[in-house]
Write a protein that binds this ligand. Structure first.
Ligand SMILES: Cc1cc2nc3c(=O)[nH]c(=O)nc-3n(C[C@H](O)[C@H](O)[C@H](O)COP(=O)(O)O)c2cc1C
Length: 222
């Protein structure tokens, strides 16, 4: 597979088939992802891969916490404190498009909550990963973890698999750490759903927009 095909074929999938993913394929993805570049080769990522009963325990515990209305707190801000153009519009647009293809009308808070809850089932994916970083790492290492995350998502394509990165797991870091044995001095960056996507499902066919390169790339030739 060409790198460009992996990049163009990747999109966030939000409905997965329950078909199991061969353990060897997951190991291959993780083993190749470790080749990600990192500042000073610190390799600051920590990855927890759950399948089977371990994945189910995590899903059940988070859903039970939601149902019980347990308080949550984020360890880091996934968005800027203040949304301003063009970022506010981009976020609104993708939300509108996603709930549009899902048939959840504007203002249907219950419908939106139902869909958001699917995050905590890894959207049905049989492999649920949690990406962490040590709390004392600097901003450069967060950048490295982003590169690592992308490697996982692109390598998955080569095995016919799809992914969805999931910041939604952040607020449940206490439960996640307790169940997965993650030390308190690590921050839960995000979850990653990994599995075979049901490509016929409407949310999986949402191809999100991107600004043209001219909007963000500055060329300096002379
Ligand atoms: C770090 C990160 C966290 C994300 N968290 C979530 C999430 O919690 N739930 C979700 O449905 N999508 C999540 N996404 C997916 C984004 O919404 C998606 O990448 C964006 O809309 C662009 O769409 P695409 O991935 O299909 O190209 C996340 C993506 C990233 C990179």
């Amino acid at each position: 597979m060409k790198v460009s095909d992996a990049i163009l074929g990747r999109r966030s999938m939000r409905t997965f088939r329950s078909d199991p993913v061969p353990r060897a394929d997951v190991e291959w993805i993780v083993d190749h992802a470790r080749r990600a570049a990192s500042n000073g080769n610190l390799q600051p990522w920590h990855l927890y891969v759950t399948t089977g009963a371990a994945r189910q325990r995590l899903v059940d515990a988070i859903l039970a916490a939601i149902d019980a209305g347990e308080p949550t707190a984020r360890e880091y801000g996934v968005y800027p404190a203040v949304f301003r153009p063009p970022y506010d519009e981009r976020r609104k647009t993708v939300g509108k498009q996603l709930y549009g293809v899902l048939g959840v009308p504007k203002g249907d808070a219950a419908g939106m909550a139902r869909q958001f809850r699917r995050n905590y089932e890894f959207f049905g994916a049989p492999v649920g990963m949690i990406l962490c970083i040590d709390r004392d790492m600097g901003q450069g290492q967060w950048l490295d973890c982003g590169a690592f995350l992308d490697q996982i998502m692109l390598l998955a394509r080569e095995k016919g698999l799809h992914t969805c990165a999931q910041g939604a797991f952040g607020p449940f870091h206490k439960i996640i750490k307790r169940l997965l044995g993650i030390p308190e001095d690590r921050i839960v960056l995000c979850g990653i759903a990994l599995g075979y996507a049901d490509e016929n499902e409407p949310p999986n066919n949402l191809v999100t927009e991107r600004a043209p390169a001219a909007d963000f790339a500055t060329w300096l030739d002379s």
